[in-house]
Ligand binder design. Structure first.
Ligand code: NAP
Length: 238
């Protein structure tokens, strides 16, 4: 059987690196990505730049001999924009987060849907959103929550609109996920108060998110299309 061709964004570190490790298997041809040039395993593209998403897609398509079966949109930023910033700075922060987290993902989804629809086997999209899509985020992260809510709504629209073409679309909503050094990570997100709010008593590990992405990318039944899976230790149950 042909190997499954997968493009995942933001695989240089954190959750994306765990996804790359999970998908490093003989039945998959995997191409990763990061914002800047690194090693050969990742194609660089700064998704804040106009045209970068399309250039990335085309380069990956070429590297994978003209076929991509699964797109994983994982790249994202979590940058603060306090509401007392000067107007222009607040707006610039809003637009940067939207461009990287939502618009670039949308451009890649559109290219994927059009590509998948030309093939009998269709294809899969897995979008890494966030608990913030449902729960909201801090006063300095309206843009982040809005970008992730947009991603969830986009995923559902793709699932509903393109199932007939064999396109399956899923979203994953992680809560706090330990992507840096444990102490620094917890401190930056609120320390013990954060843990008190998670019934499981700990934040998620990148590999827990990665395993969910792997399952959605390779094994989830077609009827699950449109599903959004929470990975947050029951800190937000909906
Ligand atoms: N960690 C959490 O607590 C958490 C919770 C909920 C959802 N999420 C979501 O999970 C995803 C991964 O998060 P993470 O915590 O693993 O992030 P991370 O460790 O900060 O890594 C972010 C990834 O995105 C890439 N990226 C950043 N800016 C980019 C740009 N301008 N253009 C292209 N790529 C860019 C980075 O590439 P470089 O290395 O080149 O910068 C890196 O590969 C994100 O979508 C995030 O919103 C994370």
């Amino acid at each position: 059987m042909d190997r499954i061709h997968i493009l995942a964004t933001g695989t240089s570190r954190g959750i994306g690196a765990a996804i790359a490790a999970r998908l490093d298997r003989p039945d998959v041809r995997f191409v990763g990505h990061s914002s800047r040039p690194g090693d050969d395993a990742r194609i660089p593209a700064d998704l804040d730049e106009p045209g970068a998403a399309a250039a990335l897609w085309n380069e990956v398509l070429e590297r994978l001999d003209g076929r991509i079966d699964v797109l994983v949109n994982n790249a994202g930023i979590f940058e603060a924009a306090p509401i007392d910033l000067p107007d222009a700075d607040w707006l610039a922060a809003w637009e940067r987060t939207m461009r990287i987290n939502l618009t670039a993902s949308a451009e890649l989804c559109r290219l994927a849907v059009r590509h998948f629809a030309t093939r009998p086997g269709g294809g899969r999209i897995v979008n890494v959103a966030s608990r913030a899509a449902y729960r909201g985020d801090s006063p300095a992260h309206w843009h982040y929550a809005a970008s992730k809510a947009g991603m969830v709504a986009m995923t559902k629209s793709i699932a509903r609109g393109h199932a007939k073409d064999g396109v399956l679309a899923f979203a994953v909503c992680p809560g706090f996920t330990m992507t840096g050094m444990a102490e620094d990570y917890l401190e930056s997100r609120g320390g013990d108060k954060l843990l008190a709010d998670i019934p499981l008593g700990r934040v998620a590990m990148p590999d827990e998110v990665a395993e969910t992405v792997r399952w959605l990318a390779l094994d989830a039944p077609a009827s699950a299309t449109g599903a959004v899976i929470d990975i947050n230790g029951a800190s937000y149950v909906r």
